[in-house]
Write a protein that binds this ligand. Structure first.
Ligand SMILES: O=C(O)CCC(=O)C(=O)O
Ligand SMILES: [Fe+2]
Length: 286
C-alpha cells in the first residue's frame, strides 16, 4: 500500500464511508444524503467519519499544543474586519464583541498530524466537492495558518456570531465539552454580492427564528458553508476543553485571509497575506 492509501484508510472509516470508490453505491448514497441535508439546512453531518483511535490521537495533539493557541485581546465584528466609521454605530459592521476561543494555526501542528495528513488527501477534497456540488472547483485553502487549524475553547469561553473568510469547512470535533459548546447557525444568510445586513442585524439582536443547532460528537464530520451562513458556538461549560479541527476550502486557490482577519484570529499575518489582500472574491466583507 502506498503512503496515500495508508493515511486514507487509517484515518477515515472507509468501511462505513468508501469515499475513494467512485463507483460504490454507498458513496453515491452518501453524496445524495449530504447534498439533501445541505440543501435543507446549509450543513451536513457524517457520523463516525474518523476512526475512534485517530480521534483520540487528534485530541491528544490539540491538548499538547493548547498553549500555542492565540487568544484574542480585541473585540471583533462578525466579518473580522476593522470598524467602519461610515456605517451607523448599530450596524453589524460596527457590532464588536470579544471572541474568547483560541486557534492553533495549521502551521503549528505536529509533522505527523492526522489532521494535516487527512487534509492533504486529494480523495477527500474530491469527496467534499462532490458533496457540496458547487459549479466551480474546490481547493484546499492557500492560507498557511488558517487552512487547517484547531479551535480551542476552555470552560467559560464562547465563539460569537460570525462569517468565515473562506467558503467551506469540514469540522471534526475531537474533544467535546461536558456541557454547552454547541454549534449554532443561520443558513444562507448572505450570498455573493448580497450582504443582507438587515437579517444579520436581527440575528445579532436575538432573532432565533431561522436558527439551527448541531450537537456534534467526536469523530463526526460536519460539512458547512461558513462564508454564507452566520454561525457561533455557545459557551463551553463543565470541566472539559472543547477541541475541533477545521479543514477549510475555497474556490480561489490563491486567496488567503485578509491581514486584519489573520491578525485578529491568529495574532499574526505574513507577507503573503499582505500581497494577496487586494484579491477580489465575491464582493462580500471579510
Ligand atoms: O468550533 C466550531 O464548531 C466552529 C468554528 C468556527 O466557526 C470557525 O473556526 O470559524
Ligand atoms: Fe466559523
Amino acid at each position: 500500500m502506498t503512503k496515500f492509501t495508508d493515511a486514507l484508510h487509517e484515518i477515515i472509516d472507509t468501511d462505513l464511508y468508501p469515499i475513494h470508490n467512485l463507483n460504490s453505491q454507498l458513496r453515491q448514497e452518501l453524496i445524495r444524503s449530504v447534498h439533501s441535508e445541505l440543501a435543507k439546512t446549509g450543513c451536513a453531518r457524517i457520523s463516525n467519519f474518523i476512526r475512534g483511535q485517530v480521534v483520540q490521537e487528534m485530541a491528544r495533539e490539540a491538548s499538547e499544543l493548547h498553549n500555542l493557541a492565540f487568544w484574542p485581546t480585541e473585540d471583533q465584528n462578525p466579518y473580522a474586519s476593522p470598524p467602519e466609521p461610515s456605517f451607523p454605530v448599530d450596524h453589524p459592521r460596527n457590532h464588536f464583541t470579544l471572541r474568547t476561543n483560541g486557534f492553533i494555526g495549521a502551521d503549528l501542528l505536529n509533522q505527523d498530524s492526522h489532521l494535516t495528513r487527512m487534509y492533504e488527501l486529494d480523495v477527500l477534497t474530491h469527496f467534499v466537492w462532490d458533496a457540496l456540488q458547487t459549479e466551480k472547483p474546490l481547493y484546499r485553502y492557500a492560507d498557511p495558518i488558517a487552512r487547517n487549524p484547531y479551535s480551542v475553547m476552555e470552560p467559560g469561553q464562547t465563539f460569537p456570531w460570525h462569517f468565515d473568510g473562506n467558503e467551506f469547512s469540514i469540522s471534526i470535533l475531537v474533544q467535546k465539552a461536558e456541557k454547552g459548546g454547541i454549534f449554532q447557525y443561520v443558513p444562507n444568510i448572505r450570498s455573493p454580492g448580497e450582504e443582507n445586513y438587515d437579517r444579520v442585524k436581527a440575528v445579532l439582536e436575538g432573532d432565533t427564528s431561522h436558527l439551527f443547532s448541531l450537537d456534534l460528537e467526536p469523530g463526526d464530520l460536519q460539512i458547512f458553508k461558513g462564508r454564507y451562513s452566520m454561525h457561533r458556538v455557545t459557551k463551553v461549560e463543565g470541566s472539559n476543553n472543547r477541541y475541533i479541527g477545521i479543514p477549510s476550502y475555497t474556490h480561489d486557490p490563491y486567496r488567503m485571509n485578509r491581514p486584519h482577519h489573520s491578525l485578529t484570529y491568529y495574532g499574526r499575518s505574513t507577507r503573503l497575506h499582505e500581497e494577496r489582500e487586494l484579491i477580489q472574491v465575491d464582493g462580500l466583507t471579510d
